[in-house]
Design a protein around this ligand. Structure first.
Ligand code: GLV
Length: 323
């Protein structure tokens, strides 16, 4: 049986499937292994199953050894992987597209609703035992209908957010490096989107080009009554600049599922009442996590048992026909 290292605890159903096909070494914890442990336990493996918060680089690939064929990244985002380093070593890398689209889009809509209808803010208010009474002017928020959602990055998840937002009668516009002529939404330059919409929602991948895409200048471009939602990757937003913008009232609020220095959260964000924070829950439903795990199993099986290149290979050029 091919040998596979798994860097985190997975759902039992996923482990059972892996167990049928591979000799397994599992780091059975919700906490990540130390880097030394990853390097050491990857040694001699044919496949690795890793998380978005594990760095996959030349050092790890070399530590694993020349027999390594495939790295299954248990995430759709793959900014943690040095794809060139993998390709140079003939190691195929896969991710988990599609299966988490709906879950992540749902969380995005939940955060938009939470911010505009002040749910978490109200919850914090009640837990402080603040005196209150229903009144026509008490804790007024904003409805979604008729408001404009600006999607930055119209990929699978951005499109799904757009579709769900339409059910709430939001108007949708987007900005994207590449036009999506198949999508029925108006495409704007990023600055035009930022300066006009009520809600800015980020769905672009983290790349050198999108690192700090939303910094001080972008935040100043946004309307003062607009809010920012980030369910992609933390470093797309300059967190310190966001804290300043929120403190100065340059934007009205923010909802974040991801953080620049995850798992750390900027202390300034924790202190602000117009901020909703979630601990990276985008794909966190049982059914989605199971599907993500199974997609990793399928990729490992395709490469290591069937000698077949999986469709979700991120670097198909790294494919080597089995000897
Ligand atoms: C999670 O953050 C993912 O990229 O799947």
């Amino acid at each position: 049986m091919p040998s596979v290292y798994v860097s985190r605890r997975l759902m039992a159903s996923v482990v059972a499937e892996l167990d049928r096909s591979f000799e397994l070494a599992v780091h059975d914890s919700e906490w990540p292994p130390s880097r030394d442990e990853v390097l050491q336990r990857s040694q001699g493996r044919d496949g690795l199953l890793v998380m978005a918060n594990d760095a996959v680089d030349g050092e790890l690939l070399d530590a694993a050894g020349a027999q390594l064929r495939v790295v299954a990244n248990h995430a759709v985002g793959f900014d943690n992987v040095d794809l060139d380093a993998a390709t140079r070593r003939g190691v195929l890398v896969t991710n988990t597209p599609g299966v988490l689209t709906r879950a992540t889009a749902e969380l995005t809509i939940a955060l938009i609703l939470d911010l505009l209808r002040r749910i978490t803010e109200g919850d914090r208010f009640l837990r402080k035992r603040t005196p209150w009474i229903w009144s026509p002017t008490f804790m007024l928020g904003k409805g979604l209908a008729g408001r404009t959602l600006g999607i930055v990055g119209l990929g699978r998840i951005g499109l799904e957010v757009a579709r769900l937002a339409e059910a709430f009668e939001m108007r949708v516009v987007y900005s994207s490096r590449t036009p999506r002529d198949d999508a029925p939404y108006e495409r704007l330059e990023l600055d035009d989107l930022l300066s006009t919409v009520d809600v800015v929602s980020l769905h672009c991948p983290l790349t050198p080009q999108t690192h700090h895409l939303i910094g001080a200048a972008a935040l100043k471009t946004m309307r003062r009554d607009a809010v920012l939602v980030n369910t992609t990757r933390g470093p797309v937003v300059d967190e310190a600049a966001l804290v300043d913008a929120l403190r100065e009232g340059e934007i009205a609020g923010a909802a974040l599922d991801v953080y620049e220095r995850e798992p750390d959260v900027h202390p300034g964000l924790l202190a602000l009442s117009n901020v909703v924070l979630a601990p990276h829950l985008g794909s966190a439903t049982g059914e989605t996590r199971e599907a993500m795990g199974m997609l990793c199993v399928e990729a490992l099986r395709a490469v290591l048992l069937d000698g077949r290149r999986p469709d979700n290979a991120l670097n198909p050029e790294a494919w080597r026909e089995p000897r």
